[in-house]
Design a protein around this ligand. Structure first.
Ligand code: KMH
Ligand code: ZN
Length: 273
């Protein structure tokens, strides 16, 4: 088994300060939180940004400032979101790709998302995939159910994606596929040879999915974007505390987390900056 890569999803678009006061919002807070997560084993930071009042945003300038504050402090791989928040246009969502981050997400299909619909129709997928490809950025494929893998394979046939696929199974969204070991095993077994996969378990599933992912040779994602609790009724003091917990689980399984440079090697990334 290769070394597992831990991603910290430290901001997100849905979590609010009212839900967890430790959510970073300003560029400086984001930079500090990214460095703390790195200290606790994270190699990748999955990045969203917020307007000063906390509203989710995809503005290039806010991403540029957050990236600067992260890079001042630490060497993590920065993966910008192109998912943004439900309801944003493709144009809004694609903005951070212009900064040529090392990675960007590509959400590979639509789904119910809480009481709303996260829309990713084929024209948007094609546009986003082309934007990422043309910027020379490595995509991480966000798959919320198995049909989204079929969508990625269609994009590949159209020349918009190349292998190896780096996949994140996002499981536990209300409206998407819920996590179970059998489903994860099926998902992983369907991936093209040479793919890597991680699991982002949403809500109470987060830490159990870290254990499952690592035991199946996959990567893991934790952070306040997906889950605000360290355990039932106890708010996490930051995404760093969830990273520490993921690292403890990795240790129990006899696995050592990849450093950012090891992650770059494993994912075949071109280092920036
Ligand atoms: N906020 C979700 C609607 C991504 O970052 O690419 C989408 C999301 C996925 O967070
Ligand atoms: Zn995200």
């Amino acid at each position: 088994m290769t070394q597992p890569i831990l991603t910290a999803a430290i901001v997100g678009a849905e979590t609010t300060r009212a839900q967890n006061p430790n959510l970073p919002i300003t560029a400086e807070e984001i930079g500090i939180e990214a460095a703390r997560c790195r200290e606790q084993g994270a190699a990748i930071v999955h990045l969203h940004v917020r307007e000063p009042d906390g509203r989710p945003s995809q503005r290039t300038e806010l991403f540029a400032r957050a990236i600067e504050e992260i890079q001042k402090r630490t060497d993590v791989v920065i993966q910008t979101s192109t998912g943004g928040a439900v309801g944003m246009t493709a144009e809004e969502r694609g903005q951070p790709v212009s900064l040529k981050p090392e990675m960007a997400t590509l959400n590979c299909g639509s789904l119910n998302f809480g009481d709303e619909v996260f829309e990713n129709p084929f024209p948007l997928l094609r546009r986003m995939a082309a934007l990422i490809r043309d910027a020379g950025v490595t995509p991480e494929l966000e798959l919320y159910e198995l049909g989204h893998l079929d969508n990625a394979l269609i994009l590949e046939k159209e020349g918009l994606l190349t292998r190896p696929f780096h996949v994140q199974f996002v499981l536990g969204v209300k409206g998407g596929m819920q996590p179970s070991e059998a489903r994860v095993r099926l998902f992983a077994s369907e991936l093209p040879a040479g793919s890597t996969f991680g699991i982002a378990g949403v809500g109470r599933h987060q830490l159990s999915m870290v254990r499952l992912a690592l035991s199946l040779g996959g990567n893991a994602r934790v952070g306040l974007e997906d889950n605000i609790y360290l355990r039932k009724g106890v708010l996490a003091r930051g995404s760093w505390e969830l990273c520490a917990e993921a690292r403890r689980i990795a240790g129990e399984l006899g696995r050592e987390l990849a450093t950012p440079d090891e992650a770059r090697e494993l994912l075949g990334l071109r280092r920036r900056g």
